[in-house]
Design a protein around this ligand. Structure first.
Ligand SMILES: [Fe+2]
Length: 396
């Protein structure tokens, strides 16, 4: 029987979903609703209706049934059965709700990653189980709201350090990009795992080198270039033989024109996941604070990458990535015509008019009470972006 997700009860057996699989919060076709968490995840998903099998669980209450002319025999006479229809005004889980949820579980994920990476440094193997659980959380979060976890990872500096946050950010970016490219459920999970593990080879390098701030010498850079092959050795030694994970680990520093490393492969020799990894890795690296002499405002990063695109990235993958992060990516500081400054917190369909959290007034030169502004519905507009590495305001 087809019912609205708001009518689901604990004890019901969901046989199937009505809608795209990507919207299924549990990534499986059927399941028993066992607790409130299951209920909450269905209700906060973008699903409207599901199919419930009453022979395998709790039955339906009559008022929960949904009118469906194709299934319901024509009524012989009035009165018509009582029908309850609930229309969701906004079926997409809110950014704020998912952001807070991601904030809660990301601390646990980063702590687990911290432990797992330390363990890999000591043992030379990967705790596959722990990382798979982290990856499942990433995939679920990004599928509920593609912006929230990505925004959290790109905006906030966590205590666990760069490498952990880099791995988690890459996983979230790979899954969000995979969704944009309409990859299937299984492949999304695999590219998320590839994001987590692409730099695992760095655990085999001297840790003093990995902690070094600033520019590397030529010799040091030659050492760093070994991390893809070192990573593959760690993965295979750990019993991880997924082709996508291995391929991304080996080839995420290759570039479309053959100028990358390890083998100088060109665009037509690279797989889709490797092309995705190249874009996600460069983006996160140049907006972060490690290994680059200067970091870029996310919007400037996209402009720089647009300049590099023809040589370094696959065109269609890069275009999909821009649709994920936007022309003004999450984390970009913006000045509005009203004299207020805010940070981009969410993309909408109109990439030129993101949702912004306002927090500062140039008129009073002071912080103001935070306010969320949807620029598609506001008369205010973007007038410039702030290059936060130099303090210069870059007009456009
Ligand atoms: Fe790398």
């Amino acid at each position: 029987m087809k019912i609205h997700v708001s009518d689901l009860k604990i004890g019901m057996f969901v046989q199937d979903i009505c809608g795209r699989w990507i919207n299924n919060p549990f990534w499986r076709n059927s399941m028993m609703i066992e607790n409130f968490d299951h209920l909450e995840q269905f209700r906060s998903s973008s699903l409207d209706y599901v199919w419930v099998n009453p022979s395998k669980g709790r039955g339906l209450e009559p008022e929960s049934e949904i009118e469906d002319e194709e299934e319901r025999p024509p009524a012989a006479s009035p009165p018509a059965p009582k029908i309850t229809k609930i229309i969701k005004e906004n079926s997409t889980p809110s950014f704020d709700g998912e952001y807070e949820r991601a904030r809660l579980f990301s601390k646990h994920m980063l702590s687990t990653l911290d432990f797992a990476l330390s363990d890999t440094i000591n043992s030379g193997t990967v705790d596959h189980q722990s990382l798979s659980e982290i990856n499942s959380d990433v995939v679920r979060s990004v599928s509920r709201n593609p912006n929230a976890l990505v925004s959290l990872m790109l905006n906030e500096q966590f205590k666990r350090g760069y490498d952990q946050q880099h791995a988690l950010s890459l996983s979230a970016l790979m899954v969000a990009l995979g969704m944009q490219l309409n990859l299937d459920r299984e492949t999304l999970t695999r590219v998320g795992m590839a994001g987590l593990l692409m730099d695992i080879g760095k655990t085999a390098l001297p840790q003093a080198l990995m902690k070094k701030q600033g520019k590397l010498t030529e010799e040091e850079f030659e050492l760093v270039k070994q991390h893809p092959i070192l990573g593959k050795e760690i993965l295979t030694k750990s019993g991880i033989h997924d082709e996508i994970v291995l391929d991304v680990c080996l080839n995420h520093h290759e570039r479309s024109d053959g100028s990358g490393y390890r083998q100088g492969l060109t665009n037509d020799q690279l797989s889709l996941p490797a092309k995705m990894a190249a874009v996600c890795d460069v983006y996160h690296a140049i907006i972060s604070t490690k290994n680059y002499s200067g970091t870029y405002n996310p919007a400037i990063a996209i402009r720089k990458m647009t300049e590099w695109q023809s040589a370094h990235f696959d065109r269609s993958v890069f275009q999909a990535f821009v649709r994920v992060v936007g022309v003004y990516p999450v984390g970009t500081l913006l000045q509005l015509r009203s004299g207020r400054i805010g940070v981009v917190i969410q993309q909408v369909e109109n990439l030129a008019k993101p949702t912004v959290k306002i927090f500062y007034s140039l008129k009073t030169n002071s912080y103001i009470a935070p306010e969320i502004v949807d620029l598609t519905k506001s008369k205010d507009e973007i007038v410039c972006i702030d290059h936060h590495s130099t303090g210069l305001v870059v007009p456009f």
